[in-house]
Ligand binder design. Sequence first.
Ligand code: NAG
Length: 224
Amino acid sequence: MELLLVFVLLTTCAAKTQDLSGKMFTFPMETNRAHVRLNTPRQNLEAVTVCHRSFTDLQRDHILFSLATPTHTNDFLIFWDATNKEIEPHIRDKKVEFRGQDYKPNMWHSICTTWDAESGLVQVWFNGQPSIRKFITSGANIAGPVIIILGQEQDSHGGGFDIKQSFVGMMSDVHMWDYTISPCEIQNYVDQRNFTPGNVLNWSALDIQIVDRVLIENKVAVCY
Ligand SMILES: *[C@@H]1O[C@H](CO)[C@@H](O)[C@H](O)[C@H]1NC(C)=O
């Protein structure tokens, strides 16, 4: 059961593109430092879809996805609020809440979040179940330079981490598109069938920097 493939301690900053198919990030401890930075050349987004899978036993607030720009530290952020039991997308520093998801600990959950700047509507698909569509913010694009981080919540552009909002657990299949993908594509993603990979972040060709103790491991252990 030794599936340790990459283990980077302390700061490593060599950017490299990797195919992470079948792999996951393991965030094995509560810290205000360990994180993964996801690099993209895309710096102007008039619409966004982010899909990811995560697995945790945290019973407190925690971050799932954090995109910051110099002017908006919560430019596209997905957050679990444990007190109110709600998924909170923050976009352009505005926030809405979605309640009623069965966000159980110790199992994988697929979460897809869509938004477009024209209508200003945001929607969360939790394990393939759509939320209602809520207005959050319209009329302005997300405009870079963007910094995208997994594992920590940015309170400044690339920093300002809070240990009590850190993510502990596993995360996989992170994709980001510069458009709202269709409900069919979301269903394909959730069911792990063929779908068009993200054109902003593509799990099969990811340019990442790992800082401190985050591991890349195989997602499924095969028994013979
Ligand atoms: C995602 O990465 C894979 C592997 O490099 C590549 O074949 C595919 O074209 C990429 N898809 C997009 C939309 O960039």
